[in-house]
Design a protein around this ligand. Sequence first.
Ligand SMILES: Cc1ncc(COP(=O)(O)O)c(C=O)c1O
Length: 363
Amino acid sequence: MNDLTHRIAGLIRPEIQTLAAYHVPDSGGYIKLDAMENPYDWPPEIVHEWLAELAGAKPNRYPDARAHALKQAIRQAHQVPDSAELLLGNGSDEIIQIILMAVAGTGVTVMAPEPTFVMYRQISRCLGLDFTGVPLRADFSLDRAAMHAAIETHRPAVIFLAYPNNPTGNRFSLDEVLDIVQRAPGLVVVDEAYAPFASHSCLPLVDQYPALVVMRTLSKLGLAGLRLGYLAARPEWIEPFEKVRLPYNINVLTQLTAAFILRHPAFLEQQVQAILAERSRLHAALSALDDDLAVYPSEANFILFRLKRVDAGVVHQRLKAKGILIKNLDQAGAALAGCLRVTVGTPTENTGFLEALADALAA
Ligand SMILES: Cc1ncc(COP(=O)(O)O)c(C=O)c1O
């Protein structure tokens, strides 16, 4: 070991040294169906109006630390209950980090059913927190008895429930979520990243259940590049989290753009409808494509499917060779063995994907 690596090894916490960084593949030149983005561009007239608004931005000044105008726009657009406060994050990833930084300490446990969104575990481990993953059932529904037992044993400070869940696509039942909210000794974060595509939201319930907070993002709706997430919660929860949030975490351009878009919701709603129609078509086409595929139901803008006969890694590579990038989850643990996840794209992208998949399975 040379001097520098020795120095780093002595300095960086062991749990960070053993951790792998979140891997984002190079997507240049591919039809990109791996990251749950909205595939549609903005209409030219909206771009025009937006650019006119951006001309009034003042990048020489710090952003509004309270993001007052943006919070008002979120409240109106998403019907946030009057009694709830909002915490904004640079993506909902940052909100997960803020919550966990606020509770971090020796012996503190974070819990989530698994498989689920990997950042709950990743950020917990970065902060030296114990993370307990409770396996979902084979059909990816919540295992109530296992959750109850794990709550009793570990007394988690925070439980994350992705509603709908990523990467499985299903939404747990409201009854199951509320059962966990009522049993939890600490906080339950219902992560509604995929709310635009789901048939139910817990947002109206945040003032009824003291342990419940709801997290949302604008990423999946169509603003992934902006990085804006929010937490809606009782003011008592937001107050300590605000102490952890960095004062200017939402930059001038994001504040202005997000507020602008929330005041122009119609075109994004049309895009969501197009994505929902394509989700149905894609689901039906995948189910009919090959007996080898098990296709899971989805309330999100992606579909998870499992290959029973052909190796998922090989199919993933064959799709890549044809210029199509989807997510390979085969290595992500036994529950996801053989699984691939495709984001719902435009009709042309989806058709291209289906044709390439049929070829990849036949090869
Ligand atoms: C369930 C869930 N929560 C949160 C996020 C993070 O979203 P962002 O940081 O873009 O707001 C994702 C992204 O894939 C997700 O799947």
